[in-house]
Design a protein around this ligand. Structure first.
Ligand SMILES: Cc1ncc(C[n+]2csc(CCOP(=O)(O)OP(=O)(O)O)c2C)c(N)n1
Length: 287
């Protein structure tokens, strides 16, 4: 991947996506802020640098596939899609409204750019394996990227998929673990600790790399590394912070599945550097 990279533009894009997440959730009054904010930087690198895609031709047969397995974090995915040109960013503010294509979990039948309807946790890696096998059978060189979460590691289906991919030498499958250490009802280590996580994936036959999942150059280098796989799939274990970017949301699992209130929306947008007029406009849309 030799594309020139403008770190300033990328970090501003990540900031825009974080603001979008806060606005969407504040207006919707429900949703999952924490797990959306933890995968924002990863999605930014993918949609704005790595993915071979054409937002104006979302069904292009040679496009890379992005399977967002942790479907509840979809506000981040919707914002990345909108900001990369799949639809008008104004539509983001319809999140979770009746009739909106932007439902609480992504629906591939209703929104162009969504590759898989997800939300039932643990299934995305298997879906991604299907895409990677299809590429092989069709003699196509597209890559399949799958974003999974640490809560999903508690699902048996993940480990069935983890065994399958190296056995079938799926080097065109790239998995990224958004390892924010929390799930719905608390810290993953207190519910079903999967450590040592990296060693488990290695034992299943994967090549692994651990990174800081908010450091854009590290994400960039890891995705570049994962793209060079030969004979075996690669997984990036991205250490992330749930709620990243908003001080009172970081590592605060209250914000797993509870949206920011009107007051919290104002505080979060201020922290994210949003201008006062825009903050007032958004607050005017929250009862
Ligand atoms: C199969 C399944 N069981 C339970 C749920 C309910 N649920 C929604 S989010 C969540 C916790 C997810 O934790 P994690 O995937 O680590 O998410 P993150 O911390 O990244 O938001 C659960 C259990 C679900 N969506 N799917």
């Amino acid at each position: 991947m030799n594309k020139k990279i403008d770190w300033e533009i990328l970090s501003r894009t990540a900031l825009t996506i974080r603001r979008d997440i806060i606005k969407m959730l504040g207006i919707a009054g429900s949703g999952h802020p924490g797990g959306s904010l933890s995968c924002t930087d990863i999605l930014t690198l993918l949609y704005f640098h790595f993915l071979r895609h054409d937002p104006k031709n979302p069904k292009w047969a040679d496009r890379d596939r992005l399977i967002f397995s942790k479907g509840h974090g979809c506000p981040a995915l919707y914002a990345a899609l909108a900001r990369s040109g799949y639809f008008d960013p104004k539509m983001l503010l319809t999140l979770r409204q009746l009739g909106s294509p932007l439902q609480g979990h992504p629906d591939m039948r209703r929104l162009a750019g969504i590759e898989a309807s997800t939300g039932s946790l643990g299934q995305g890696l298997s879906f991604g394996i299907g895409c990677a096998l299809a590429a092989r059978f069709d003699k196509k060189d597209y890559k399949t990227y799958v974003i999974i979460s640490d809560g999903e590691l508690n699902e048996g289906q993940i480990w069935e998929a983890a065994a399958f991919a190296p056995y079938h030498k799926l080097s065109n499958l790239i998995t990224i673990l958004d390892y924010n250490k929390f799930q719905l009802s608390g810290a993953t280590k207190d519910i079903l600790d999967m450590e040592p996580v990296t060693e488990k994936w290695r034992a299943f036959g994967w090549e692994t790399k651990e990174i800081d999942g908010h450091d854009l150059p590290q994400i960039h280098d890891a995705l570049g590394w994962a793209n060079q796989a030969v004979g075996r799939p690669r997984i990036i274990i991205a250490h992330t912070v749930k709620g990243k970017g908003v001080s009172f949301m970081e590592n605060n699992n209250h914000f797993h599945g509870v949206a920011n209130t009107k007051d919290e929306t104002a505080r979060a947008l201020k922290e994210l550097g949003e201008n006062d007029a825009e903050i007032q406009r958004i607050l005017g849309m929250i009862p």
